[in-house]
Ligand binder design. Structure first.
Ligand code: M6R
Length: 592
C-alpha cells in the first residue's frame, strides 16, 4: 500500500507535500518522509509513525525547495523503522525515490548491485530503484527511469527526483495507482485523488505501463518504450469538503452518517445511466462475484438477491482464493469484481485472470478511472464519494444498492422493487436517529474480549460484516457465524462472558433465529439484538435491542448493518483507539 505524492511549481513544496500526505495517511501510517531539492542539495527527512511525527520534526526548519516528493508507508519489505522509511536515495544522495507496491525481483537486483560495490542502507525493495536509476543516469532522468523500469518485476508505482534536474519529477505506474494533478504553473503526482483535491480538480489517471514526466510548465506521458501517449484530463466532481471531517470526531462516523446520501446518489446514478449493462445476467450459465473484505460481504448479500430476483446461479469467491484455485471459468460466465477502491490487487488480478479465460468481466467500483474500472469489459459505479476511514461503511451500503439494482432490473416487479430501494436512504436516516441508544449499549461492552455475531440468510453476511467492523477498529476478537451453524461448534464458546450480537428482523428465518437466541440464553450468553421496532418477543430475549423500521426482508441488510457499524465505532472510540487508521491496516491493499 503506501501513499506517494509529488509537487513541482512556484510554491514552497513542503507544506503541500505534508498536507497531501495527511490526506493519504489512510493508505499506511508506519512511517513518513519527504525529499526536497534545496538549491543544489537533496534534503531527506523521515520519521517512524504518523505524519504528525514528521510534521513536528520539521517545525522551524527553513526549507523552501519548490520540488519534492513524499511518502506514507505501510510496511511490506522491512520492518517499520527509520532506515526503512521512504524516500530512499542512491549512494551519493543525488536521487530520491518514493514507492508504493512490491518489486518482486528486488533480491536478485540487490545482489547484483552489491557485487558492484553498492552498500544498502535499508531492507526495502525500494532502495534498488534509487541505485538502478543512479547507475543508468546519463543526463536525462526520464531515460534513466525507462532503463530502470525494464529491470523491475511486480506491481508498483514510484516517483523520483534528482539534484541534477531540479523542477523535474518522473513517475511510473505499473500495477499500483498513480494520478497526475494539473495546476497553473505547478503540477502534482499522487497515489489518490483526494491528496491533491485542494489544489486542483484536473486529473489524469495513469494506466499500467505508463511513465509521466512533470515540470512546473508541463506534463508528458510515455509508454515504457518512451513513445509519447496522449491522455484525457478528467475534471473531478468531488470537492474537498466531502473529503474532510466536517464536525464529526472521526471520518468513520461522518461516513456512517453519509450513507443515506451514498445510497441515494448510487441509485440515482444507476437509474440515470439507462441500460447499465448491454446484456442480461441470465445470458450466462452463472455469475461469479469476486471481492475482498467488506466488498466480499456485499457480494454474499448480492448472491441471495440475484438468485432470488434473477434466477441465475451465483458463486462468491474471495479474490485472493480465486486466482490460485482451479475454478472452471469460460465465456459462459459473467464475473463481477466488487471493489470500493478499484485498486485492490487481489481483485484486479482475479478479474484479469477471469478475462483471460474468456469470461465477460464487470467492475463494480466507487473510484472512476481506477485500474479495475479500466481493465474490465464493463463498469457499474457506486456514487459514495471518497471514503477516508479505513473501515468501509458508506461504500458497503452503496455496493448493496448497486447489487440490488443489478438484480431487480430483470424482475417483472421491477417498478415496485425500485420504489422499495428509493425508500432506503430515509429508512437509514431513521436508524441513524437512534445512534445515541447504540452509544449507550456500546458503553456496557468495553471490557469484553470476544464477541459472536449471528445472522441467517440475507443477514448472515451482515453478521460477518458486523464482526469485521468490530475487530478491525477495536482489536476485540469477533466472529461472524450463520446462526443455524452455531450448534455445530461455536456454541461451546458461549458463557456469561460472551456477548452475542444477533440480527433478527421478522423475515423468513425469524422463528429459527429466535430458537438460536434461546440456545445462547440457555448457556448464559448475553444477547444484543438487531430487530424490528416494537418487537417485544425479541426485546424480552435480549439484554439490548437495536431497532430498525419494518421493511420487506430484501431491504433488511441495508438497515441491520447500520447499528453494527455504530456499535463497532462507539466501542473503538470509547476505548480511545485510532478509529480512522487502525493498526496494521491500510485503506487500499495493493499488494498480494
Ligand atoms: O477497495 P476494496 O473494496 O477492494 O477493499 C477491499 C477490502 O480491503 C476492504 O473492504 C477492507 O476489508 C476494509 N478495511 C473493510 O472495512
Amino acid at each position: 500500500m503506501c501513499g506517494i505524492i509529488g509537487y513541482t511549481g512556484e510554491e514552497s513544496a513542503l507544506p503541500l507535500l505534508l498536507g497531501g500526505l495527511e490526506r493519504l495517511e489512510y493508505r499506511g501510517y508506519d512511517s513518513a518522509g519527504v525529499a526536497l531539492i534545496e538549491g543544489k542539495k537533496l534534503i531527506v527527512e523521515k520519521r517512524v509513525g504518523k505524519i504528525r511525527e514528521l510534521v513536528r520534526s520539521l517545525w522551524g526548519k527553513p526549507y523552501s525547495g519548490k520540488t519534492g516528493i513524499g511518502h506514507t508507508r505501510w510496511a511490506t519489505h522491512g520492518a517499520p523503522s527509520l532506515k526503512n522509511a521512504h524516500p530512499h536515495t542512491d549512494s551519493r544522495n543525488e536521487f530520491a525515490v518514493v514507492h508504493n507496491g512490491i518489486i518482486e525481483n528486488f533480491l536478485e537486483i540487490r545482489e547484483e548491485l552489491k557485487r558492484e560495490g553498492i552498500r544498502f542502507r535499508s531492507e526495502t525493495d525500494t532502495e534498488v530503484i534509487a541505485h538502478l536509476i543512479a547507475r543508468s543516469y546519463r543526463g536525462d532522468l526520464l531515460s534513466a527511469v525507462l532503463e530502470t523500469v525494464e529491470r523491475l518485476k511486480g506491481a508498483f508505482a514510484f516517483a523520483v527526483i534528482t539534484v541534477h534536474e531540479p523542477g523535474r519529477i518522473v513517475g511510473v505506474k505499473q500495477g499500483s495507482p498513480l494520478v497526475v494533478g494539473i495546476g497553473e504553473g505547478e503540477n502534482f503526482l499522487a497515489s489518490d485523488i483526494p491528496a491533491i483535491l485542494p489544489y486542483t480538480r484536473k486529473v489524469i489517471t495513469l494506466s499500467d505501463g505508463e511513465v509521466v514526466d512533470i515540470t512546473p510548465e508541463g506534463v508528458n506521458i510515455y509508454d515504457f518504450y518512451g513513445n509519447p501517449i496522449t491522455k484525457e484530463i478528467m475534471i473531478v466532481p468531488w470537492d474537498i469538503v466531502s473529503a474532510e471531517r466536517g464536525g464529526f470526531k472521526h471520518f468513520m462516523l461522518k461516513e456512517i452518517h453519509e450513507q443515506p446520501k451514498a445510497v441515494g446518489d448510487t441509485v440515482r446514478g444507476l437509474i440515470s445511466s439507462g441500460e447499465i449493462l448491454p446484456f442480461s445476467l441470465k445470458d450466462f450459465r452463472r455469475v461469479i462475484l469476486i471481492a475482498c473484505g467488506t466488498s466480499y460481504h456485499a457480494c454474499l448479500v448480492g448472491k441471495f438477491w440475484m438468485e432470488k430476483l434473477v434466477g441465475v446461479p451465483v458463486e462468491v469467491v474471495y479474490a485472493s482464493e480465486f486466482r490460485y484455485a482451479d475454478i472452471p471459468v469460460s465465456d459462459k460466465d459473467l464475473v463481477i469484481g466488487v471493489s470500493q477502491s478499484g485498486e485492490t490487487i487481489d481483485t484486479k488480478f482475479a478479474m484479469n485472470m477471469a478475462k483471460e479465460k474468456g469470461a465477460t468481466t464487470v467492475a463494480l467500483v466507487n473510484v472512476v478511472g481506477s485500474s479495475i474500472d479500466r481493465e474490465a469489459d464493463h463498469s457499474v459505479y457506486t456514487h459514495a464519494g471518497p471514503e477516508i476511514g479505513v473501515a468501509a461503511t458508506k461504500t458497503f451500503t452503496a455496493q448493496l444498492a448497486a447489487l440490488y439494482y443489478l438484480s431487480l432490473r430483470e424482475n417483472p416487479d421491477r417498478e415496485t422493487l425500485i420504489g422499495d430501494l428509493m425508500q432506503v436512504p430515509s429508512l437509514i436516516e431513521t436508524v441513524l436517529e437512534k445512534a445515541e441508544e447504540v452509544e449507550r449499549i456500546a458503553e456496557k461492552f468495553l471490557k469484553k474480549k470476544n464477541f459472536l455475531y449471528l445472522g441467517r440468510y440475507l443477514n448472515y453476511p451482515i453478521a460477518l460484516e458486523g464482526a469485521l467492523k468490530l475487530k478491525e477498529i477495536s482489536y476485540i476478537h469477533a466472529e461472524g457465524y450463520p446462526a443455524g451453524e452455531m450448534k455445530h461448534g461455536p456454541i461451546a464458546l458461549i458463557d456469561e462472558n460472551m456477548p452475542v450480537v444477533v440480527i433478527a428482523p421478522q423475515d423468513r428465518v425469524y422463528e429459527k433465529t429466535l430458537s438460536n437466541i434461546e440456545e445462547v440464553r440457555t448457556r448464559k450468553g448475553t444477547v444484543v439484538s438487531v430487530g424490528f421496532e416494537g418487537d417485544e418477543r425479541l426485546r424480552k430475549l435480549s439484554s439490548d435491542l437495536m431497532e430498525i423500521p419494518h421493511v420487506p426482508e430484501d431491504i433488511t441488510p441495508f438497515l441491520t448493518v447500520v447499528p453494527l457499524q455504530l456499535l463497532a465505532y462507539f466501542i473503538a472510540s470509547k476505548l480511545g483507539l485510532d478509529v480512522d487508521q487502525p493498526r496494521n491496516l491500510a485503506k487500499t491493499v495493493t499488494v498480494e
